[in-house]
Ligand binder design. Structure first.
Ligand SMILES: Cc1cc2nc3c(=O)[nH]c(=O)nc-3n(C[C@H](O)[C@H](O)[C@H](O)COP(=O)(O)O)c2cc1C
Length: 181
């Protein structure tokens, strides 16, 4: 099973810790994992040209913008599961992650059936952040496995949360072993 984790925080903080923990646990069940740190990638904003729609539902994954998404499209298409992790920003997903999701325009109909997990962390309230990820997953007809959330402010704070650690372990097991058919 191939898992790709997308980290939507601009810093090495709580979101990244949650995602890394989930991926390490999934790897223990034999999954092949790859982490993409959006903060280190060159992912420009979608221009809305819709050139990627040529070819209808069979989108070929071709975007006019040549940046780090060019090599990311095949990775997303070959993954069995995609993990979407975000800090809560104004009770929504981060701009960094939203920008990335917008750039999946050339391939999104081909994500159908893939498993998806949502992770979110915020200081006081998650708000709509998980719901934002669910909406994306639902539009893509992906299979929602579950989510984990935590409250934390400064980097590293989530690592103290034992209940969260248990939740991530449980989620990793479900991610690798769940069958939908
Ligand atoms: C621009 C911005 C907006 C934020 N908005 C919220 C918010 O609406 N509610 C909240 O509880 N925390 C909010 N926070 C706090 C972060 O969600 C919190 O610090 C979180 O731990 C960040 O995750 P990270 O360590 O992975 O970057 C905001 C932080 C920033 C920088």
């Amino acid at each position: 099973m191939k898992i790709i984790g997308i980290c939507g925080s601009p810093r090495k903080g709580n979101t990244e810790w949650m995602l890394r923990t989930l991926m390490e646990e999934a790897a223990k069940y034999g999954a092949e994992v790859e982490l993409l740190l959006l903060r280190k990638m060159d992912v420009r904003t979608c221009r809305g040209c819709l050139t990627c729609e040529e070819g209808g539902k069979e989108r070929k994954g071709i975007c006019k913008i040549k940046d780090d998404m060019t090599e990311t499209y095949p990775k997303l298409l070959s993954a069995d599961a995609i993990l979407l992790a975000t800090p809560g920003y104004f009770e929504m997903l981060s701009g960094l992650l939203k920008n990335f999701l917008d750039r999946t325009c050339p391939i999104w109909p081909r994500l159908e059936g893939k498993k998806v997990v949502g992770l979110a962390v915020a200081e006081e309230g998650i708000g709509q952040a998980i719901q934002n990820l669910k909406t994306y997953a639902s539009l893509c007809k992906m299979r929602w496995v579950g989510s984990a959330t935590a409250l934390a402010k400064t980097p590293g704070e989530v690592a103290q949360n034992k209940e969260l650690g248990r939740r991530l372990k449980q989620l990793a097991k479900r991610l690798v072993h769940s069958h939908f058919d």
